[in-house]
Design a protein around this ligand. Sequence first.
Ligand code: HEC
Length: 433
Amino acid sequence: MTTSRFDMKGIATRSALFAVATVGLLTPQMTMAQAEPLFIVAPTVKPEPNAPISAQRTQAHKLFRAITGVSLPIDDSRLKSMEALIAQNKSRDAAKIATNDALFYQNKVRDMAARMANRDESYRTPLNDFIATFVGVVRDSDTTSAKELLTGNFTYQADPAVIAAAGRPAIRMDETDDLVQSNNHYDDIRSNNYALKAVLKRVNGQRVLVDNAIANMPDPAGLITTRGFMQAHADAGTNRRLVEYSFRQFMCAPITDWADGTMPDDRVGRDVDRAPGGSANKYLTSCKNCHTGMDALRGAFARVDWINNNRIRYTPNQVSGKLNRNADQYPAGFATANDSFVNYSNSGRNKDAFGWRNNLSGTGMAAFGRMLADSQGFSRCMVKRVFESVCKRAPAEAETAAVRAMADDFERDNYHMRDLFEVVALRPECGLN
Ligand code: HEC
């Protein structure tokens, strides 16, 4: 059952009408969302072919395009408002017009999240809970630290009240069929072209299969424990990819960058041959480099799996079979008995790059997510991602100090993502001024 279905004649059902009736009781933030356009529509602009275009208007156009990814007609009223602010040296306020626009969420933020959401790192990834949750956190930056991207126990879904008030079209939202066991809910938001800024609502408690029944995820870690991320990285394999891609997406560290064979290999799994092709040297000079750090962290994901090709399962009292697969390859290797992990990526170059701040060991995904979220590597990575997305190039090696300074400011600003987009867009390095 959903609360927002409509019958064949397009008449709202009783439950939908009930939802409409509750609109007046919504929180201020949700009431604000009501005023937002529910669908993305092309701007209607009356061209003014003979009007001169000021330098500030051109500047406004560049800034809006960089922040939202959309090139507006030069006579659009938003650009005129930005032009006036730029003329008064209020560039930051001008940037806020762009970050407040529905197009910012629909294009720039969605695309940034989409690239982080799957193995191909393609912005074409269809909307899912990972992407919606990222977009929701950016929208709600005033009350939500970006750290919650890795520590939160929530996702973002379509607000049934907003959908019902729209009068059309319905979104499937049955918990089992459309959220836990399929992506139907998000497919509908996308195919009906709903504006993400207006429609998304934070829903507390991540719902997954716990043993054999749907319940709250006992060990939530924000985006890491979303259906989207688990589908991409807990499918088949040995849950090593969950470590690899958590570092890749949230620490901006491909595994070849942080591989470090100088650390202890006591946690390397039994499935990793210690003499591949008969060569112990090959293990020492290649395999060990990646598997030392990755396998030591993999324990965090010992109790989770992607099953039936459609759902997450968490087993509170059991280690997933994939963790101890192919044990006969090297029986003296590490056998996973629980969800403890150890972080060996804390020496030399890794120590400087990641800037860990808390315990370097723990149990479970929530502790793993917290460890990443607390690190300097995470805040620097968010800066790099925003920079790349707004300034259309990766920060150069020579700009490392600038990236680190921006990351420190971002932390002091309580990890406010929307502010970060504005700050980065106005930095001289971004080249928009
Ligand atoms: C560049 C880093 C890197 C190196 C070097 C490396 N691995 Fe891996 N290995 C990985 C990653 C990442 C995965 C997880 C891949 C996945 O699940 O898609 C993996 C997975 C595995 C698996 C599990 C495969 C499965 O799904 O059952 C085995 C076994 C393995 N590696 C053995 C080795 C051996 C033996 C060597 C040396 C010859 C080696 N690896 C070198 C990164 C590396």
